[in-house]
Design a protein around this ligand. Structure first.
Ligand SMILES: Nc1ncnc2c1ncn2[C@@H]1O[C@H](COP(=O)(O)OP(=O)(O)OP(=O)(O)O)[C@@H](O)[C@H]1O
Length: 236
């Protein structure tokens, strides 16, 4: 379980995360939704230790991870916008990551095939299409078989077939009990993949709990309707 307690983040005078208290359950997929600029990526980056919170604690499986780095080995991260060594070819990049880690990945070949990246391996990163860069990010996030996977708008830029391939992989990861956290603006994707939902507006949690409870509460069949209602309530 990932626990956030009293998490605050300020950038100068702007409060971006305002006292977040929540639990992200293990072995399930959790979707974070909310309007643009509501703090989703900042929450993810805080969990990853890429942003230092102004206040508050983050615990993973009960252990406080503030200012500690080792725990990041258990997390695979696919960022919204990734920066890579642009002159490396895709295969050089994979080799580079293996050298940094110092041990062999569990599933790189299988993932390269799954995402049909074979024809891209000899291309330099700077020449890849946006969608293929995303797929490289997906492989990097999964190839060491981490317990926790965090995907920030993972299917933005993927063509429909690749998006289906990505979601199939996420379902497989769920089946083997991984903890998954993902953000997306595509509500149907959250419905397909997530069991648990976090709704965040202007850095405040407006809902967190099982997806089914939210739909029941708002008497909605589809998530889009429930989220639209919550957005109206938040704006009122
Ligand atoms: N390094 C930074 N310095 C200053 N402000 C920042 C920084 N990073 C994020 N912000 C601000 O924090 C707020 C939340 O940003 P964040 O990227 O977490 O939103 P988001 O919910 O992921 O949005 P989106 O749906 O558009 O991706 C925004 O107002 C953004 O401008």
């Amino acid at each position: 379980m990932i626990e956030l307690r009293g998490l605050k983040k300020k950038f100068g005078r702007l409060t971006v995360l305002d006292d977040l208290d929540l639990e992200i359950p293990s072995g399930q997929a959790t979707g974070i939704v909310g309007p643009n600029g509501s703090g989703k990526t900042t929450t993810i980056k805080s969990i990853l230790g890429l942003i230092k919170p102004t206040e508050g604690d983050i615990r993973i499986n009960g252990e406080l991870v503030n200012n500690r780095w080792e725990y990041r080995e258990q997390i695979g991260y696919m960022p919204q916008v990734a920066r890579y060594p642009e002159n490396m070819t895709v295969e050089e990049l994979f080799r580079f990551i293996k050298n940094i880690r110092g041990y062999q990945p569990v599933a790189d070949q299988e993932l390269i095939e799954h995402f049909r990246l074979g024809p891209e391996l000899k291309k330099r990163m700077r020449t890849l299409s946006g969608g293929n860069r995303q797929k490289v990010g997906a492989v990097l996030s999964m190839m060491y078989d981490p317990e926790i996977l965090i995907f920030d708008e993972p299917t933005a830029g993927l063509d429909p077939r690749s998006s289906v391939q990505f979601k199939k992989k996420v379902r497989e990861l769920k089946e083997v009990g991984k903890t998954i956290l993902l953000t997306t603006h595509i509500m149907s994707e959250i419905e397909e993949l997530a069991d648990y939902l976090i709704f965040i507006v202007e850095g405040k949690i407006k809902y967190h709990g099982p997806m089914a409870d939210l739909l029941k509460k708002h008497k909605a069949q589809r998530l889009e309707g429930a989220v639209a209602k919550m957005m109206e309530e938040a704006a009122a």
